[in-house]
Write a protein that binds this ligand. Structure first.
Ligand SMILES: Cc1cc2nc3c(=O)[nH]c(=O)nc-3n(C[C@H](O)[C@H](O)[C@H](O)COP(=O)(O)OP(=O)(O)OC[C@H]3O[C@@H](n4cnc5c(N)ncnc54)[C@H](O)[C@@H]3O)c2cc1C
Length: 430
């Protein structure tokens, strides 16, 4: 069912050859309509699932999934690549099989504009109309908030590795090239950001690698938040147990953690970071930048006044700003739900069901969601936090006393994490 650009244009006929148009609204639709059409932009954790479940909910709905990349590299467990205990290939999947099986039309292309008035998206293949549009574009970065940060060059020197792929491998390479006794700096932005426990799991995996290969080295963490954002007690317990962490004396152990320490400036040439009061040099510097909704959400004018995230109705995931555009995954603000693959997957299913309900003139169904976030402490032990969420008076809230933290660090949590990852990747790709 997948189409490359050439076969897509061929498929839609000669009309598609007319590639210049005065505006999106007057551009003719390059894909002949077969009925009610939902276009999904982004085939990641949220997008692949919403496309698949729309077809499951109602096979009479035409679903077109547009994704930039032919191979999707999932972020969960990508921190393990840094410690050399997992490969990026194990995190990689393709969407073709899933699309063919469920009758999802798949186009590998990048959507560059949305005309909400004309209900069309535009990509290099041309303009495509929709009845409903779902955006699941993930994140973009607020680089401009860091003085001295050049988006074109700084990530090549101070990798963020906050989208799994070449950046992950670059950070790994830098760790491997660093001398024993070197300093690794990790900077964490103010929440909310993609994967609240992710930066702290990253610290564990860097520490695991250094403990095994470069034990004289140090990791200095600057966290813009007052404290570790998720599972704080369990992370500190893990750092103390395995990496000699001492809460009261940051000179001891491998990890020195500083809360309320917000990165304000970088000097890539000098390999230095600045938090307004201190200048810190590092041999490897992992700057995780502050984030916002993916670029296409900004272009579609569904990003809120804070210019960060998209406000949505928490039952249908329809934008509160633009009718018939739904936003799921990291790009949206989904109440108490975190920005995670687990949550994106759940939002996608709710969104698919409620779009099918709407297109069939039926009432929306109030959702409940589950989220579990696993974090590895070593290659063998992990911890988790879970929650159940419901919609109450228009807001997604965590159900009190449902879910909670894993009681301790243990091997069972690590095996749950691996099995969850296998399931989620299989659900996206088949
Ligand atoms: C280091 C790390 C560890 C993590 N660990 C976990 C974990 O253990 N558990 C967990 O639940 N979550 C984890 N996450 C979070 C998880 O990766 C994200 O929350 C999740 O991927 C969000 O899904 P999404 O659909 O919003 O975005 P994505 O999965 O990023 O998908 C977005 C897709 O949209 C495509 N796209 C964007 N713009 C366009 C466009 N204009 N046209 C066409 N295609 C476009 C992109 O190519 C991409 O494939 C982790 C994240 C990181 C960084």
């Amino acid at each position: 069912m997948s189409m490359n650009r050439r076969s897509f244009i061929k498929l839609v006929g000669a009309g598609a050859g007319v590639m210049s148009w005065p505006s999106i609204s007057s551009a003719s639709d390059i894909l002949p309509r077969t009925g009610r059409r939902v276009v999904v932009v982004g085939g990641g954790s949220g997008g692949a699932i919403v496309a698949k479940y729309l077809r499951i909910a109602d096979p009479s709905i035409e679903v077109l999934l547009i994704e930039s990349d032919k191979r999707y590299i999932a972020c969960p467990l990508s921190n393990l690549v840094l410690a050399g205990v997992r490969t990026l290939e194990e995190n990689t999947l393709t969407l073709d099989k899933m699309a063919a099986k469920h009758g999802v039309k798949l186009l590998y292309d990048t959507v560059t504009a949305v005309d909400a008035g004309a209900k069309k998206v535009i990509c290099s293949a041309g303009a495509i109309s929709y009845d409903k549009l779902v955006l699941s574009p993930g994140i973009d970065y607020r680089f401009e908030e860091i003085e001295g940060y050049n988006p074109a060059t700084t990530p090549e020197i101070m990798p963020h590795a906050w989208k799994a792929g070449p950046q992950t491998l670059l950070l790994k390479r830098q760790l491997m090239d660093m001398m024993d006794g070197g300093v690794v700096v990790v900077t964490i932005p103010q929440a909310p950001f993609r994967c609240p426990p992710g930066p702290y799991e990253r610290i564990n995996m860097i520490a695991l690698y250094l403990k095994r290969h470069k034990p004289k080295s140090k990791i200095i963490v600057w966290d813009a938040n007052e404290n570790i954002v998720a599972k704080a007690g369990l992370f500190r317990k893990g750092w103390t147990k395995y990496y000699g962490y001492d809460d009261k004396d940051s000179t001891k152990g491998m990890i020195a953690y500083h809360g309320n320490s917000k990165l304000t400036k970088v000097d890539a040439k000098a390999m230095a970071v600045d938090n307004g009061t201190e200048l810190l040099k590092g041999d490897v510097i992992n700057v995780i930048p502050p984030q916002r909704a993916g670029i296409i959400a900004q272009k579609a004018s569904v990003v809120g006044p804070d210019k960060k995230w998209c406000s949505v109705d928490q039952v249908s995931f329809e934008s509160t700003q633009v009718k018939d555009i739904h936003v799921i995954g990291d790009a949206c603000f989904a109440g108490a739900l975190p920005k995670s693959t687990y949550a994106a997957n759940s939002e996608a299913k709710v969104c698919a069901l409620n779009i099918a309900q709407t297109l069939n003139g039926k009432e929306l169904i109030a959702p409940s969601h589950v989220n579990v976030c696993y974090s590895y402490i070593t290659d063998k032990e992990a911890v988790s936090v879970s929650g159940i969420y419901i919609e109450k008076e228009g807001k997604t809230i965590a159900v009190p006393n449902a879910g909670g933290l894993s009681p301790d660090l243990n091997e069972i949590e690590a095996s749950y994490a691996r099995s969850w990852m296998q399931n989620v990747m299989s659900e996206m790709s088949t």
